[in-house]
Design a protein around this ligand. Structure first.
Ligand code: SF4
Ligand code: SF4
Length: 506
């Protein structure tokens, strides 16, 4: 029985379900068994590069360090046994049995890609720019799960229930079951996220590569995989072959190209999938804790060559570009950006560097108001969260986004502090406001304003014998929650809009 492969599959399934469960339970009132940031805080690439670029010591560094210790002992086990994206890549790859097997030369060239990407991320981090999120597997899969998978599944289940209840008039126990699910598993509102098709396309492209070359992403792009590979070169647990006949079966079976010949095994590329144990016709392959000295006799042959001149030149040019970009970009110094950020987000530059685009805050926002930004705030803000009052406002009493942010890009606030934090200031556009411009009755914004003393005041004006109440904003009281913009009946542009330039950015 292929016991170890069975165990690996159980482990992959367990961690994938755990990952989805944690994201699923990242919703009001946060009653999940594990903190929403669990997986991100154990991610050495995210924690280290965010700390370097932001010059802070993130609490997650301890857990990330622990992962590196485990990698030193067991090798790159995370990629083969834990990584949720790795599991999804394996599942996609299984759809096509026959794949291209790159020869040693090509294999060695493509695997260098991930180290170069890691080097670029490191150089940018030194220059104070955090790029770890761009290709990090955990953020890619978290965005897919939170912003694509969960909304689609909840929508499908929700609509199916509604269809059945309406068509078969099942208003008894079945309806009660539906209501029960709505208040627990499904959530009261079905959330939608803008640009989610692009997020899905990125995820599909990452997984789709495995249909052509197995684990193509993990071999050639993944910076987290590269990080683990660097440590796993020195790992204690290694593949051992007692009597090899050089039949080459394991070379073909190895899903990451870690075995390149009879006595050539690259422990940095090995993800401990255990396939080579069971594919070996001689049954002489095993994994064992062995002494470093012995291990190096035949293993890791290719790794002594170091960085090629071309790669070194590329990294050098990248560092010059990184420093130049930092100096040139005016958005880098701005306190507030052009979009409404979540309450007590860090200053725009720090926010862009600290935010890893995991989507936790967007998933948890009860009004669905936090949406992923595309290019409205510059390319450096891609997929960061911004409040879109046309979709949802910032709930006055809610502090969830700060509680679930793994890197502190959004400051964690107490309820009392939250009530004083400004996201911006609302401004009435008198040219389209109904009472101001059309002399019709409307004080919807004033009615919804949650500030106890009402940040929206009204001035009365008599017209044709009738008294009109015209709203205006007291900027000293307004917290920029956006509920007035959300509820304003004027279309397409709202007659009251929040200007983010006065936000409290910490
Ligand atoms: S701000 Fe939101 S998307 Fe960015 S790291 Fe924090 S929780 Fe994740
Ligand atoms: S944004 Fe609108 S609703 Fe919110 S505090 Fe300001 S005036 Fe009131």
């Amino acid at each position: 029985m292929k016991k170890l492969i069975f165990l690996r599959r159980v482990s992959q399934g367990f961690f994938l379900l755990l990952f989805i469960y944690i994201l699923w339970s990242t919703t009001y009132p946060l009653t999940g068994l594990l903190p929403p940031e669990t997986f991100f805080k154990t991610n050495p690439s995210i924690m280290l590069f965010t700390s370097i670029s932001e010059r802070v010591l993130l609490a997650g560094l301890i857990f990330a360090g622990l992962m590196l210790v485990l990698t030193f002992i067991f090798g790159r086990f995370y990629c083969g046994w834990v990584c949720p994206l790795g599991t999804m890549i394996d599942v996609t790859g299984a759809l096509k049995k026959r794949k291209y097997i790159p020869d040693n030369g090509l294999n060695s060239r493509i695997r260098k890609g991930k180290f170069i990407i890691l080097g670029v991320i490191f150089i940018f981090a030194l220059a104070g720019i955090q790029l770890a999120w761009v290709l990090d597997p955990m953020t890619i899969v978290a965005r897919f799960v939170s912003l694509n998978l969960i909304p689609t599944v909840t929508l499908l289940i929700d609509r199916t229930f509604v269809l059945i209840i309406r068509n078969f008039e099942l208003y008894g126990g079945f309806y009660d079951l539906y209501r029960g699910l709505k208040t627990t598993f499904l959530g009261v509102n079905v959330h939608y996220f803008s640009n989610s098709l692009i997020i899905f396309a990125v995820f599909a492209a990452v997984c789709g590569g495995s249909l052509f070359i197995s684990r193509l992403w993990c071999r050639s792009v993944c910076p987290l995989g590269a990080f683990y590979a660097l440590v796993a070169r020195f790992s204690l647990l290694r593949r051992v072959v007692d009597k090899c006949t050089d039949c080459g079966v394991c070379v073909e079976m190895c899903r990451t190209g870690a075995i390149t010949g009879a006595a050539s095994y690259n422990s940095g590329e090995c993800i401990l999938c255990m396939d080579c144990i069971y594919s070996c016709p001689q049954k002489t392959t095993r994994f064992s804790f062995i002494k470093r000295q012995k291990a190096q006799e035949g293993d890791d042959r290719e790794e002594g060559r170091g960085l090629s001149r071309k790669s070194f030149l590329f990294l050098l040019l990248t560092s010059i570009f990184a420093l130049g970009y930092k100096r040139r970009n005016p958005n880098m110094k701005k306190g507030a950006g052009p979009v409404i950020r979540p309450p007590a987000a860090l200053k725009e530059k720090d926010f862009n560097d600290r935010c890893i685009r995991c989507g936790n805050c967007m998933k948890v926002c009860p009004t669905n108001g936090l949406q992923p930004v595309m290019l409205q705030a510059g390319v450096e803000s891609l997929w960061t969260p911004a409040l879109v009052p046309e979709i949802g406002y910032c709930e006055y009493q809610c502090t969830l986004c700060g509680s679930v942010c793994p890197t502190g890009a959004i400051t964690e606030l107490s309820h009392s502090r939250k009530l004083t934090i400004k996201l911006g200031t609302a401004m009435v556009d008198r040219s389209i406001c109904l009472p101001w411009n059309h002399k019709s009755d409307c004080i919807v914004c004033e009615e919804h304003c949650p500030v106890p003393d009402k940040a929206i005041k009204v001035t009365e004006e008599r017209h044709n014998g009738k008294i009109f109440k015209k709203p205006f904003v007291d900027p000293t009281l307004c917290v920029g929650c956006g509920i007035c913009q959300a509820k304003c009946p004027v279309r397409p542009d709202r007659a009251i809009r929040v200007d983010p330039s006065t936000a409290d950015r910490l």
